[in-house]
Ligand binder design. Structure first.
Ligand code: ADP
Length: 512
């Protein structure tokens, strides 16, 4: 049940391809499999086991057993912290292997996978390792010498975690870090487009000392394994990151099954507002990164740019130059900023949005097929898309209203602050928003006015494991990261304690 992939750097990457249940790799009981391609070449990369509902059920039973017998009810906070720290150490030791595997499976440049995704994931596990022994309740005074009440934050139980393909390792770390620190056991389902890195993480988790059943990883299709998780009667909570449409269906399954708790981090169409008093060169860099980083495959990508009319010409000419300076190509080349999109389906979707932008009357400032025409024959069948800027955009255009999840920026202009606020908030989403202004009062007014879970001032997509992240409106609810992220994996038990010497009920009104 293992495979060896030889990476373009010559590294031999060996890993198990089975379902990871109870600290063992095994095939699906129905021998179901799925094949993942290398997005840079379009060629098949690996075939792994894919779970059915029966396999998911086995994983849930293992997780339940572990919750009751070891991790949830019997472990100490410092044991949980030690295992998370050890896991982080092992990931650090294997960082090059993981980065190359992630790049081969996802398409992102190796340096990005290594220096951003994995470095951040290691930090995230350590952050939650540090919080494991800081989960505290409150005492609430009732009656001096006789009665007291206190709260106990307890783990929720068995948690289903369904993650997307844009940051496979990071989304994994965000979800497992908080869940495991709080004493939950988990069933993780990676996205079918990027099933591989989770299998290496699974192997390392055994070495880190997690008892069997604490971490279970079931690759598989959303429509099969994902559905089996969201509708399972013995999963207590589901945490999901992905599209709004899938989030809706998960919430529906949760409601129709056992009313499991749900947290959702969904899509976005985040606005970035640049005022005329901004540091233009800085803003150009951030705006570009905000949409092009990770090939635009980012739920909080700044995909709607709003420029104050007076700076439009200067800003756009600098932004165009910036977009055209990025190297697109081989993910194993250190100079590459943009590799392929994750899948043929995503590539086609993005290209169809670009076509619709042109058809609906937006002006193509840069992008289009010519931008990726230089790709060498090795990458001709890769899932590449051009970094694209559309100006003259307005609501009603599909490129303005809908999440594209690719390197496509739409530009609108405004005259006044009020107009900028109104235009920026004109979306059903509310994940992120950016403001560029050197006037601190103006920034703060915008922070108040923008409806988004995170507002970045004079920067964009800065994230920290200590700072909560999540959506408003149809971008979801619940928070990941920070102390708030940990709290999503605990539930409060209240205890009323009558400890007086004569601890009885005052039935006759005198014994109180
Ligand atoms: P995308 O459309 O970009 O692939 P999705 O939201 O569909 O994004 O996928 C994110 C994650 O949700 C993946 O792990 C996928 O397998 C899973 N998923 C998709 N459909 C369902 C579903 N109906 N129930 C549960 N999980 C699902």
């Amino acid at each position: 049940m293992s495979i060896t992939i030889k990476s373009p750097s010559g590294r031999e990457i060996k890993f198990s391809t089975g379902l990871f249940i109870n600290n063992e790799f095994r095939p699906s009981k129905s021998n179901n499999v799925l094949t993942t391609p290398n997005p840079a070449t379009g060629e098949d990369l690996a075939t792994v086991s894919a779970a059915t509902a029966e396999d998911v059920d086995d994983a849930v039973q293992a997780a339940r057993r572990a919750f009751v017998t070891t991790w949830g009810k019997k472990s100490t906070p410092s044991q949980r912290s030690a295992a998370l720290h050890k896991w982080a150490d092992l990931i650090q030791e294997n960082i090059d292997t993981l980065a190359e595997l992630e790049s081969l499976d996802n398409g992102k440049p190796v340096w990005m996978a290594r220096d951003i995704d994995i470095v951040d994931s290691i930090d995230c596990l350590r952050y939650y390792a540090g919080l494991a022994d800081k989960i505290e309740g409150r005492t609430i005074e009732q009656e001096e010498g006789r009665k007291i009440a206190f709260t106990r934050p307890e783990p929720i139980g068995v948690c289903g975690q369904i993650i997307p393909w844009n940051y496979p390792i990071q989304m994994f770390a965000w979800k497992v870090g908080a869940a495991l620190a709080a004493g939950n056991t988990i069933i993780m389902k990676p996205a079918e487009q990027t099933p591989l890195s989770a299998l290496v993480l699974a192997e390392l988790s055994i070495k880190a000392g997690f008892p069997p059943g604490v971490i279970n990883i079931v690759n598989g299709l959303g429509s099969v394994a994902g559905r089996a998780i969201s509708s399972h009667m013995d999963i207590d909570k589901i945490a999901f990151t992905g599209s709004t449409i899938t989030g809706r269906s998960i919430m529906e399954s949760a409601a129709k099954s056992n009313l499991k708790k749900v947290t959702l981090e969904l899509g976005g169409k985040s606005p970035v507002v640049v005022f005329e008093n901004a540091d233009i060169d800085q803003a150009v860099n951030w705006v570009s990164q905000g949409i092009l980083f990770n090939h635009g495959q980012d739920c909080c990508a700044g995909s709607r740019l709003f420029l104050q009319e007076s700076i439009k010409e200067e800003f756009l000419s600098k932004l165009k130059k910036n977009f055209e300076s990025h190297v697109i190509g081989d993910p194993f080349d250190i100079k590459t900023y943009q590799g392929p999109q994750v899948s043929k389906q995503q590539q086609e979707k993005i290209l169809s949005y670009i076509k619709s932008g042109i058809e609906q009357g937006a002006t193509l400032l840069t992008g289009g097929e010519a931008r990726i025409a230089h790709l060498s024959s090795k990458f001709k069948n890769g899932f590449y898309t051009p970094p694209t800027i559309f100006t003259d955009c307005k609501p009603g255009m599909k490129i303005v209203d809908e999440e594209i999840f690719g390197p496509v920026l739409t530009v609108q202009t405004f005259e006044t602050e009020e107009e900028a606020i109104e235009k920026a908030n004109n979306t059903p989403y509310g994940l992120g928003a950016g403001v560029f202004s050197q006037n601190a009062s103006q920034c703060m007014r915008m922070v108040h006015a923008l409806c988004a879970g995170t507002v970045w001032c004079n920067q964009y997509v800065a994230l920290s494991n200590a700072v909560p992240f999540g959506g408003m409106k149809q971008s979801g609810f619940g928070r990941e990261l920070g102390i708030e992220g940990l709290k999503e994996y605990t539930q409060t038990k209240s205890v009323h304690w009558n400890y007086g010497e004569k601890a009885d009920w005052p039935v006759d009104g005198t014994s109180n």
